[in-house]
Each structure stands twice: as structure tokens, then as C-alpha cells.
Design a protein around this ligand. Structure first.
Ligand code: NDP
Length: 306
């Protein structure tokens, strides 16, 4: 019987593990398929305190993993399929085995939705990104495109005007989905241009960096190449909570519902940490903070049970 199992090995889960391991609770992390989480897809992280010269996302994860290991965290390379609640413990199904635990922290994160073009994948980190807050500063005085028409796409377009010489919002319809105030903000920003009724067909580049987008107007059928040095895909995120359906409460978009103070989920003994419940801030530092919060709650819960 494990004291506590942490599901997910991104920065939220690793931070929880550091705290729980230091509290001598010997946590077990079940790593999942996207080991290290979204930071593994991020190039430079310049806003995580303590790294004045920046650190790459994978390096940050590697360091946090070492730190968690140093205090006795154990890791399991499995993918959780489902969880069952027993009287006062849980049975976690990892396919070919079952893991029993007194407490669980769910830190499975969310995955950015992509356009699913092979060329998009090829230029990820070479001009293509899904996070303006993370990567915007690398596009100083460059021409960038933002794909999407929701609140996040508008927010990202607005944010990118701080760095880029020109930002073009490319949307598949001729009307934004974003809220009115957000629409007004982008429509009134002289640095933001719009390409309506259009979808990206291909990311074009020289192998090292992207240089243009091939766009198709879905009304007229016209296809054209427009030069851009960056593309920010902002078409939503998908929380990784499929395995929790029917076990704990999820919101209408599939995010884990947690108490805003304690981060406890609808089932006692289960906490959430990071992007799996937070679709608002989605930062490495806020996810790490949530991991710390959840771990302190778990510590208290387990000591009260004893
Ligand atoms: P949304 O689901 O609101 O918007 C996604 C956008 O991407 C839509 O415009 C959609 O187009 C477009 N899209 C989806 N799939 C594709 C595709 N394959 N190709 C091209 N375009 C595509 O997601 P967001 O991430 O913007 O927002 C998530 C939630 O967070 C929303 O509820 C939002 O309101 C909320 N939020 C609120 C904020 C605020 O109020 N200040 C700030 C940030 C987020 P279409 O419109 O045609 O469907």
C-alpha cells in the first residue's frame, strides 16, 4: 500500500513529490505517456524564478526529477487507465498491474491542441509554438501569426504585439469566438492584422526555421503563401482526464473540479495540481505552486488518518 501516488510527471507532480519525499512519505510517481509534461516541448523558460539566464523546459524537468529522486521519490513508467475507490484507499489500474494508495495527486496536465499537420510538427520549437507567454520574447521585431479566434488566441495576439513587429490573427471564420471586450482589444490594436475564413495548409521553412504559411481561404478556395517567422497555435487545450471519468467530478470541458483553497477533488483523498484543473494561468510556476499546495494537504490528511 502506497502512502501517496502522484499521477503525472510534469512540474506540478514533481514539485508535489519533492515536498512529499522530504516529508518521508516516499511518494510514487506514475509517469504517463508524455513524460515531463508540456515543459518538454518548451525551448527556453525565462520566467521561472531562480534562473536569471533562463533554463530550457527539459532541463528544468530533469533538475526537478533529480531533486525529487534525491529525497526518495520512486517512479513507475506506466499509464493510468482508471481508479477505483475502496473503503479508505484507492486501486489504480495501470494496465498490467494494480497500485494501491491511501492518497492521490492528479497532475496529468493538459495538452495543447495542434492543427495536426506534419509540417507543424517539424517546425515546433523552430518558429511554431502553442504558448505566447513561454516563447513570445523570442520573436522580437518578427512577423508572427496566431491561429484561432477564441479568448486565448486574442490574448496571445495582444501579448505578442509587445515583441513582434506585426501580429496576424488567422481565423477559420469571419467572426471571433472571443468575448466582446477581448475582441475590442484586438480589433483596436493597430499592430494586429486579420486574415479571415482561412486555415493553415502547410508550414513552410528552410529546415532550420519556418519562413511562411500556406493559407487557404475556405470560402473562395484561394491558396496563398504569406511570410511569417512564427506561428502560435491557439485552438484550445484538452485536459488529460479521460481516465477520471465516472470517478471524480469534471467540469463541462473535462477539467478536474477542485476546491480553490485546498485543491481537493470531489472525492476525499484525491487532489489536483496544475493544468489538469487550471485553465486560466497555465504557467510552470503556478503548476509548481499547486503541486506544493496539494502535497501539504496530503501530508496533513495522512497524518490525521494515522
Ligand atoms: P476556445 O475553445 O474558446 O477557442 C478555440 C478557437 O480555436 C476557436 O475560435 C475555434 O474556432 C478555433 N479552432 C478550433 N479548432 C480549430 C482548428 N482545427 N483549426 C482552426 N481553428 C480552430 O479556446 P480558448 O483556448 O481560446 O479558451 C478556452 C476557454 O478559456 C474559453 O472558455 C475561454 O472563454 C476561456 N478564457 C477566457 C478568458 C477571459 O475571459 N479573459 C481568457 C482566456 C481564456 P471556431 O470559433 O470557429 O470554433
Amino acid at each position: 500500500m502506497e502512502n501517496v501516488v502522484i499521477i503525472g510527471s510534469g512540474i506540478a507532480g514533481l514539485t508535489a513529490a519533492i515536498y512529499l519525499a522530504r516529508a518521508e512519505l516516499s511518494p510514487l510517481i506514475i509517469k504517463g505517456n508524455e513524460e515531463g509534461g508540456q515543459l518538454m516541448l518548451t525551448t527556453e523558460v525565462e520566467n521561472f524564478p531562480g534562473f536569471p539566464d533562463g533554463i530550457t523546459g527539459p532541463q528544468l524537468i530533469m533538475q526537478a526529477t533529480k531533486q525529487a529522486e534525491r529525497f526518495g521519490t520512486r517512479f513507475m513508467h506506466k499509464f493510468v487507465r482508471g481508479i477505483k475507490k475502496m473503503d479508505d484507499y484507492f486501486v489504480i489500474d495501470v494496465g498490467d498491474a494494480k497500485v494501491e494508495a491511501r492518497a492521490i495527486i492528479v497532475s496529468t496536465g493538459a495538452s495543447a491542441r495542434w492543427l495536426d499537420l506534419p509540417s507543424e510538427k517539424a517546425y515546433r520549437g523552430k518558429g511554431v509554438s502553442a504558448c505566447a507567454t513561454c516563447d513570445g520574447a523570442f520573436f522580437k521585431d518578427k512577423k508572427v501569426a496566431v491561429i484561432g479566434g477564441g479568448d486565448v488566441a486574442c490574448e496571445e495576439a495582444d501579448f505578442l504585439t509587445k515583441f513582434a513587429s506585426e501580429v496576424t490573427l488567422i481565423h477559420r471564420r469571419d467572426e471571433l469566438r472571443a468575448s466582446k471586450p477581448m475582441q475590442n482589444r484586438v480589433l483596436n490594436n493597430p499592430k494586429i492584422k486579420f486574415i479571415w475564413n482561412s486555415v493553415v495548409e502547410e508550414v513552410i521553412g528552410d529546415g532550420k526555421a519556418m519562413t511562411a504559411l500556406k493559407l487557404k481561404n475556405i470560402k473562395s478556395g484561394e491558396v496563398k503563401e504569406v511570410p511569417f517567422q512564427g506561428m502560435f497555435v491557439s485552438i484550445g487545450h484538452v485536459p488529460n482526464t479521460k481516465f477520471l471519468e465516472g470517478f471524480v467530478d469534471l467540469d463541462e470541458k473535462g477539467y478536474l473540479k477542485v476546491d480553490s483553497q485546498t485543491l481537493q477533488a470531489s472525492v476525499q483523498g484525491v487532489w489536483g495540481a496544475g493544468d489538469v484543473h487550471d485553465h486560466k494561468y497555465r504557467q510552470a510556476i503556478t503548476a509548481a505552486g499547486a503541486g506544493c499546495q496539494a502535497s501539504l494537504e496530503v501530508e496533513r490528511y495522512l497524518s490525521e488518518k494515522k
